[in-house]
Every structure is written in structure tokens, then in C-alpha cells.
Design a protein around this ligand. Structure first.
Ligand code: PMP
Length: 434
């Protein structure tokens, strides 16, 4: 049996034997031993309401997903060079959730691998090199993805922007140049891609890809203004680039209104990448693209990935799709998300600290500011809210360039009762801060 250690013993062993740069959540980290639905349980059996985990999407340890994995693990697990039902069924089911032109699926082991592969596809297809990303974006942990993630290359330990990357202005209609009262804000922000493309041409290169999350996560839970992707995609396409929608954080029904968050923007990407929620915690990622882009590899290098798309992962991925459908979880995300947004807007009229409330479905941001004109980020206050909620057994995180945005992305089984509990505790936290 694995020895059961105290939190301090675990911290000491982590210090000695694990990646020393890996941070821990909270001033006093929690030892979790079990998960169920929207709850995590610590070593003393205390239940914590989980509003952070966007990986255990259909609920922690969902019995149908666990059973699918267990059964397949006991039957067969191999690579994808033998014929197997699971992988073709999965590819068929996954592409059925997409616009019809997105019909070819590549499986990977993570969101990073999905984005790495998307970039290779884009470069092979366009025969171009340079990349346009949106400011503050994070797309993965590989050297290639760090090079195209402003969140990393502009952050602590970062090396700055590489020459082959252009950063488009973040279309943040709360803080940015064009605000929510401007119906043209989406088009105006997209216009910045012209500048990025001109800079690429200036260096004698061409753009291979425009990468954009369908709702900006690390950027601070920024909902793209209406028309942003439509205009940005048109500009990118005209310059010969392919458009890649990173749905790693926001896909699989979380946005409520649609299964994929890009659908809210009325566009069809050339490539969609996904990960996190895809197998409810088991590692898998995917790239879905148009047949002509997938064909690009046929005249060049094969793509093979040892673990990706194995029968166990596909069985679990299928179970996740089944559960989302059977338990109507996309509709749940829409209705509970709306409940939370309304509650937050009521709190906003009461507490000056809340500068902005935004989101869709169960992907919501609450931006805390010290004043409503200068929009001075209330970073310490955001952290105090997180610690207050933790003391009352609700788990929440912060994000955004100033770390002042409360980031709501719970498992999408989150209920109306859970929403009420959160809103009450948040009101208490804000009251103590006033
Ligand atoms: N894209 C986005 C938008 C992400 O949020 C993340 C992970 N936080 C990734 C890609 C990378 O995914 P992974 O950690 O599974 O490699």
C-alpha cells in the first residue's frame, strides 16, 4: 500500500523529489483524497465545492467514465496501428459535434500536443512560417508553444517575443481601447491583424496561422466582442493563414449556448484544438480539421503518437460525450451559468470592488478593481476573496494579466444550489473586504 502522509510530509517530499518550480494552490495547501461530482474531499472528509476544475468536466470520477476506462483497460490497450472500433467511433462522434467541413480528427495526449500539431499542419499546408497570437494567451508548455504564448514569453522567466511571432491586441472590451458600448469593437480590434501581417511581410515572411482561444482564459476570461473572429479570420485568410481555434479550456458544452465556443462567434475555424475536459481527467487532446489541411501531411512526414488515441482513451472520451448528452450538461451550463451571472450582476450593483462581470455558460470572470475610472486592478483583494472562500470550503482561482479576475470554471454538473452557495459566500467575502 502507498503510505498515507501528512500534508507537511508531502510538502517536504515534493521539495526533495519533484519539479521545484511547480507552485501549490493556497497559502496552506490542501491534501485531497477523493472527488465526486462538483466536490473534492480532503483527508479529514471535508467537502470542498470545486469551481476551478475544468478538466473533470462531467463531475469528478463520473462512474460512467470510470467504468468505461476500467473495462477497456482490462480488455486491450495498444497503439493505433491495429484496427479498433473505439478510435473510429470516437472520431466519428467528435466530428459530428462540429461544422461538417471539420471532419478529420488527430488524437494527441494533451492540449499542448494538439496545438503543436495544429501549428505543424498550418505550416505544412500554407508553406508559411510566422504566427499571429492574441496578447496574454497561453497555448501550451512545449518550447514551441511557449514561444507563441505571450503569457509565458512576456512573463516571469520569459525570453520576450520571438521574431516569428506577432502579438495582436487583446480584444478586451472592458479594459481595452474599444469598450462594450461600441458595437464595432469586434471589428476594430480585429483590424490590428493588418498591423501584425504587415510586420510579418516586412521581415520577408508570410503568416501560417492565427491562433485564438474562443474565450480568452489567461487573458482574464475575456468574451470576444461580437464580430471579432469573423473579421480577424477574414483578414488572416486573405493573407493566406489558417485560423486555429483553441478550445482547450472552453469546449465540450461549457459555453452553454453551443458545444464549441467558436460557434458563438459565427465562424468555422480551419483547425480546432482541444484537451482538458475531453476524457474527464484522463490525458487526451485532439485536433479537428478540414480534409484538405489534413492531407497536407500526405506528401511529407507521417504523424504518429505512441499513446494517443489508444482504446482506453477513446472509450473514456466516448463516455464523456455520452454523459454530456444524457445528463444534458450543456443546457445545465447555460442555465446555471445564467443564474451565476445574474447573481454576480446583483452583487456588482452593491459592491464597488466588482468592476466587471462577464462570461458565457460556466466560464465566467469577475474583474475586481479599486476604482471604476482608472480600473486599478484589485489583485490583493482578489487573492483575499480566494482565501476567504477556501476557508469556507469553496475552491476558486484568479487569472488575467493582473491576476485580479475571479475565474469560474467548475465541472459542468455544477447545480443551482451550488451557485446559490457560491453567491452567498462571495457576498460575505466582499462584505468583509469593504
Ligand atoms: N491551450 C489553452 C487555452 C490552455 O489553457 C492550456 C492549458 N492550460 C493548453 C492549451 C495546454 O494544455 P495542456 O496543459 O493539456 O498541455
Amino acid at each position: 500500500a502507498i503510505p498515507q502522509r501528512s500534508p507537511q510530509e508531502i510538502i517536504d517530499l515534493r521539495r526533495r523529489h519533484l519539479n521545484p518550480s511547480l507552485s501549490m494552490s493556497y497559502r496552506e495547501p490542501i491534501k485531497m483524497i477523493r472527488g465526486e461530482g462538483a466536490y473534492l474531499f480532503d483527508q479529514d472528509g471535508h467537502a470542498y465545492l470545486d469551481m476551478v476544475n475544468n478538466v473533470c468536466h462531467v463531475g469528478h470520477c463520473h462512474p460512467a467514465v470510470v467504468a468505461a476506462g476500467q473495462a477497456q483497460m482490462a480488455q486491450l490497450n495498444t497503439n493505433t496501428r491495429y484496427l479498433h472500433d473505439n478510435i473510429v467511433e470516437y472520431a466519428k462522434r467528435l466530428s459530428a459535434t462540429m461544422p461538417t467541413e471539420l471532419s478529420v480528427v488527430f488524437l494527441t495526449n494533451s492540449g499542448t500536443e494538439a496545438n503543436d500539431l495544429a501549428l505543424r499542419l498550418a505550416r505544412t499546408y500554407t508553406k508559411a512560417n510566422d504566427i499571429i497570437v492574441v496578447d496574454h494567451a497561453y497555448h501550451g508548455n512545449s518550447p514551441t508553444m511557449i514561444e507563441l504564448s505571450p503569457y509565458k514569453f512576456d512573463g516571469k522567466g520569459g525570453q520576450g517575443r520571438p521574431a516569428h511571432i506577432q502579438v495582436a491586441e487583446i480584444p478586451d472590451d472592458y479594459r481595452g481601447r474599444f469598450r462594450r458600448d461600441d458595437p464595432e469593437a469586434g471589428a476594430k480590434y480585429a483590424h490590428d491583424l493588418h498591423r501584425a501581417i504587415a510586420a510579418i511581410r516586412q521581415r520577408g515572411e508570410a503568416p501560417a496561422a492565427f491562433f485564438c482561444e474562443s474565450i480568452l482564459g489567461c487573458g482574464g476570461q475575456v468574451v470576444l466582442p461580437e464580430g471579432y473572429l469573423k473579421h480577424a479570420y477574414a483578414i488572416a485568410h486573405e493573407a493566406g493563414a489558417v485560423c486555429i481555434a483553441d478550445e482547450v479550456q472552453v469546449g465540450f458544452g461549457r459555453a452553454g449556448s453551443h458545444f464549441w465556443a467558436f460557434e458563438d462567434q459565427c465562424v468555422v475555424p480551419d483547425i480546432v484544438t482541444m484537451g482538458k475536459p475531453i476524457c474527464n481527467g484522463h490525458p487526451m487532446g485532439a485536433v479537428v480539421t478540414r480534409p484538405e489541411i489534413a492531407q497536407a501531411f500526405m506528401n511529407g512526414m507521417e504523424y504518429f503518437n505512441t499513446f494517443a488515441g489508444n482504446p482506453v482513451s477513446c472509450a473514456m472520451g466516448l463516455a464523456v460525450l455520452d454523459v454530456i448528452e444524457q445528463e444534458k450538461l450543456q443546457a445545465n451550463a447555460a442555465s446555471v451559468g445564467e443564474h451565476i451571472l445574474q447573481g454576480l450582476r446583483a452583487l456588482q450593483s452593491e459592491f464597488k470592488l466588482i468592476g466587471d462581470v462577464r462570461g458565457t455558460g460556466l466560464f465566467i470572470g469577475v474583474e475586481l478593481v479599486r476604482d471604476h475610472h482608472a480600473l486599478t486592478p484589485a489583485t490583493d483583494e482578489a487573492n483575499a476573496v480566494i482565501e476567504y472562500l477556501k476557508a469556507h470550503r469553496i475552491l476558486l482561482s484568479t487569472d488575467g494579466p493582473y491576476d485580479n479576475v475571479l475565474k469560474l470554471k467548475p465541472p459542468i454538473v455544477f447545480s443551482h444550489e451550488n451557485a446559490e452557495e457560491f453567491l452567498q459566500r462571495l457576498r460575505e467575502a466582499l462584505t468583509t473586504l469593504q
